[in-house]
Design a protein around this ligand. Structure first.
Ligand SMILES: Cc1cc2nc3c(=O)[nH]c(=O)nc-3n(C[C@H](O)[C@H](O)[C@H](O)COP(=O)(O)OP(=O)(O)OC[C@H]3O[C@@H](n4cnc5c(N)ncnc54)[C@H](O)[C@@H]3O)c2cc1C
Length: 409
């Protein structure tokens, strides 16, 4: 088949946060392995860069390209399920939502942990070290048992804890730099319920309100967005708005018992700038106090929440939790009605604090760290680069973001 008939011109890609967009020369949605191979062959002959996209939820320019963009959305089938061993093998483009809502419950299974949203692809989560929270739970990549990857020359490499172990440990958090992940074998566990407690430590006089559409969306989303727009023009109002919304939304203790996956996910409301770092767990209090001190000293109109989550150490070469029981701290600035909101000084201050604390940034979120700094953060950096050089010698899978963070290969 002619490559031009497989690809589409004029496709405009925009990420979820609407902070980055790009127009690839050709956008592909292959349906078969053969088509995918053909696209990579043509890219190689024409010296084009290739970027695979999952659901476009990364906050940075991680998936932007002006050459070839490949969406893996048609690779969304279940290949096999071993209910006894709680293992599932799926095509890599499958959405986490489809797995957690439809497929896993049918077999009495569940993800051990999840991030805040599920409208993301399994491969996308694995490539960026997506995480949830739980001191004894790792990043999602740490539940991967095996991968099949199509490399730049169209060859498929199988890797797992037993086979091609070094490639496996590199591929489990690889930003798409090693090739196109075709399938994932994933460790699940029997379905479970979770008990969520929400409360404020400083609460003296709780108001009694019910959890409802009115509070969660009318107040917690639409009214908040409108007020944040006003505060973008009158920044001195923000402190009062933060206090008001914190009181309105969080002052009443809330107890929820529900299916685990429903408790893990939360409503991330609307567009936002986001920066998140992992630091050694024992530094949690120190960095939070430093951040609070910086916000107060500089009277910076910071938005809430600041999210604090815990993740168990792993041995995946480029996982931010590599060899480090971690506390992930996430700051955000909402963009009401897509309005630009100044955040750069806040970002720089946060990054400085996290760097001093020995932190590593989340791969899918904003940061200003470049390859030479990453080299010092990750003990297995050189090993990762050697593997990338071997499987992608002409740097076909590097876009500007990857050239910045990984180097030019
Ligand atoms: C509202 C919101 C909430 C979020 N909450 C969390 C959270 O709680 N915890 C957390 O850690 N992160 C969180 N994230 C970040 C998110 O989990 C990551 O950005 C994740 O990568 C998104 O998956 P995606 O399918 O959209 O991937 P994309 O953004 O499309 O791609 C991410 C990377 O994966 C690569 N890739 C995708 N598919 C393949 C493939 N088949 N083969 C090779 N490479 C591939 C891409 O090239 C790219 O480098 C959140 C993001 C949003 C927008």
């Amino acid at each position: 088949m002619d490559i031009q008939s497989l690809g589409r011109t004029g496709h405009l890609f925009t990420n979820w946060a609407t902070t980055y967009s790009c127009q690839p020369e050709l956008h592909f949605e292959p349906e078969t392995e053969e088509q995918l191979k053909q696209i990579l062959n043509t890219a190689q002959i024409k010296n084009k860069k290739v970027k695979v996209v999952g659901c476009g939820h990364s906050f940075s320019d991680l998936v932007c390209t002006t050459d070839y963009m490949i969406s893996m959305k048609n690779f969304d089938r279940v290949i096999s399920i071993d209910k006894e061993a709680c293992k599932i093998k799926v095509q890599a483009g499958i959405e986490v939502k489809k797995l957690k809502d439809e497929i896993l419950p049918q077999h009495g299974l569940a993800f051990s942990v999840l991030g805040s949203v599920s409208e993301v692809s399994l491969a996308g989560c694995i490539c960026t070290g997506t995480h949830g929270t739980g001191g004894n739970y790792g990043v999602l990549s740490s539940y991967v048992l095996g991968l099949e990857i199509m490399t730049a020359n169209g060859e498929i490499i199988e890797c797992s804890k037993e086979k091609n172990q070094e490639v496996f440990l590199a591929a489990c958090c690889s930003l798409g730099a090693l090739g196109v992940i075709m399938s994932v074998t994933f460790q699940c566990e029997p379905a479970f319920h979770l008990h969520q407690s929400q409360y404020r430590d400083t609460l003296n006089n709780p108001i009694c309100r019910k959890d409802s559409w009115f509070w969660n969306y009318a107040v917690g989303c639409h009214m908040l967005q409108f007020c944040l727009l006003i505060s973008a023009f009158f920044t001195s109002l923000l402190i009062y708005m933060n206090r008001l919304f914190s009181w309105l939304l969080f002052s009443k203790p809330k107890e929820i018992v529900d299916r685990g996956d429903r408790v893990f996910n939360l409503d991330c409301l609307f567009q936002q700038y986001v920066m998140e770092w992992a630091v050694p767990r024992e530094k949690t209090a120190e960095v939070l106090l430093e951040l609070k001190d910086w916000i107060e000293t500089n009277q910076f109109p910071a938005h809430f929440p600041v999210e604090v989550r815990f993740v168990m150490a792993d041995n995946i070469y480029l996982s931010p939790a590599y060899n480090m029981d971690s506390c992930y701290i996430n700051i955000l600035m909402f963009r009401p009605y897509n309005k630009y909101v100044p955040h750069e000084t806040y970002w720089n201050a946060f990054q400085d604090i996290m760097l001093r604390a020995g932190g590593r940034p989340h791969w899918a979120k904003d940061h200003g760290v470049v390859a030479d700094q990453f080299r010092k953060m990750y003990p297995k950096w050189t090993k990762f680069c050697e593997i990338a050089q071997k499987v992608d010698p002409h740097a076909m899978f590097r876009n500007p973001n990857l050239e910045r963070v990984l180097g030019r290969n």
